[in-house]
Write a new protein. Sequence first.
Length: 253
Amino acid sequence: MKKTLTALCALFLLVYNVIAAAPVQQQQFEKANLLYKQKQYTEAAGIYQQLIDEGYHQPQLFINAGNAYYKANKTGLAIYNYEKALARDPFNKSAAHNLSVANQRVEGYVNDLPLLFFQQWWLHIQHFHSPNGWVTGAVIFFWLLIAGFIAILIVPAFKPTLLRWGTGVATLLFFFYLTLGISTYVTANAHHEGIIMGTAVKVKAAPDQESKDMFELHEGVKVQVTDATQEYCKILLPDGKTGWLACAEIRRL
């Protein structure tokens, strides 16, 4: 009995802390919005960033942070936050528009190749649920198909045709949800892309400070990381250029 009461008290405290924290975070968000309206962009960006660091990853929060960084002339951080918003909502028009505007500031910016129609469909499907949502659906359909198999074996009074169809559909949905769950999880945790944060970064021919300079990248350029050593990352640009630079110069998405 004592253990049960202790567990209930712990659960109550946890729920209370979660409920109590929500108004505080909302107040911080509104404070940042007010600072932004008062043109105190650096201070607003700091509060938005604090909320993001605390685990609040709503697209609108990233957009607001990007706007504040953009107004504070921190182009790299602005682009980073717009990209993070689009990673969670790829068809968010505000994030896409603001990213396009911010990219106009980037020296040497190269447009990404536009997505083909089937790639856009795949993105729509992937973002129909979160990774956890896809996995939850896979678990539900797994148990439904198991229940269907058991019913077919031990309850012959059921209509076998209807039961077989239902079990077949549950099986297909299980594999569909499982595939999407794995795909969305891998995509969310890949971190193969990043934004250049340095003002002017020399790209080397090899992962060595003494190697030849190939070209220069500026703050806000989006790169794909294809390889890495302990200190250097090999990057690929949309126009096909490759080279090595210090990993510290890249903020991974």
